[in-house]
Design a protein around this ligand. Sequence first.
Ligand code: ATP
Ligand code: MG
Length: 347
Amino acid sequence: MEFEQLNGKAPGLKEIKRRVEHVKSIIVHHPKYGEFLEELETMLVLSEGSVCPDGLFIFGPTGVGKSTVTTEFTERYPREIIITNDREYTQIPVLHVRVPPKATPRELASKILKEIGDPFHHKGTLSELTSRIHRFVRELEIKMIILDEFQHLIDADTDHVLTTASNWVKTFTEEIRIAVVLCGMPESVKVFISNGQLDRRFCNKVELEPFAYGTPEEIINFRVFLKKVDGLLPFPDLANLADPRLADKIYYISNGVPFYVMKLLENATYFAVKAGEDKITENHMAKALRKIKQVGRPFVVNPFTDAHFDLEAVSKSEADAMNRYKEKLIVKRKRSRKKDSHELSLK
Ligand SMILES: Nc1ncnc2c1ncn2[C@@H]1O[C@H](COP(=O)(O)OP(=O)(O)OP(=O)(O)O)[C@@H](O)[C@H]1O
Ligand SMILES: [Mg+2]
């Protein structure tokens, strides 16, 4: 895509939107990302026609790219209309399904049928829905099913594993005889703890982690990622994101999670284009960061307004502030418990 010089002249809203949308579509194949694509590729090949295909569980915290990588893999194998002498059908090599929250087995089966394109996905009993999935898998030549948001098999309100749904997944993956990939947040491990048979079926568990930033090699990895992103941003000039000082700042606000890096750049793109500028500067990033609030980090500072930013010192003072805050909370709780028991004893 072409992104012309703005030379200080702010473009219309349509152009601003085009450039922001472009940032949203940027995907960088960093080494871990590549490894995951390869793992999925290998699994697809090895499981085809196998008597007992292996399962794969991909886990990692929010925003690391689990859905991005599994969606890209699915798109590598697009659906195709096949016409033979006796029938016409849509071949679906890889099916990507998001598990609905608090899924019952029937809701999950129905969601799978919906993604397959069955107009009657909500009709029938659980066993009817399940056998329809089996029929479609054979007829439409589905080779892999990816169940994303697997943590939805835990009831978020009670923290209990939805046992009937996890049992359904277990039996389903045993009987379907194609590759099944489960993908979710680290807490989905709970589902495996409560269901040993499912745990064995998915003993290949791989973690997609945020970028680390300790050793020189890790720092280089993160900077290479930033450099690649920089080259894909919708501006004629580079933002120099991989500069060691700027990389420190971006690491500090993102903790190495791609989502926060990209959200920052998406907002910064908006401010830069709106000002008619031809690259993102720290000034745009400082404004952008004000629109990104992380509830888990109440003491985060804005590094883009700090000319003498020192990652180690700032991280330490944030951790200290957080610890003081937690200690205060504990004292407060203890005091209110004491007060409650005192009032009770007076009644
Ligand atoms: N390899 C990548 N290159 C560029 N951006 C990425 C990459 N991976 C993730 N992102 C960014 O992070 C965002 C979040 O990614 P994604 O939705 O895949 O995370 P997730 O691990 O599925 O999180 P959740 O557990 O919340 O569903 C993406 O929309 C994208 O902007
Ligand atoms: Mg996701």
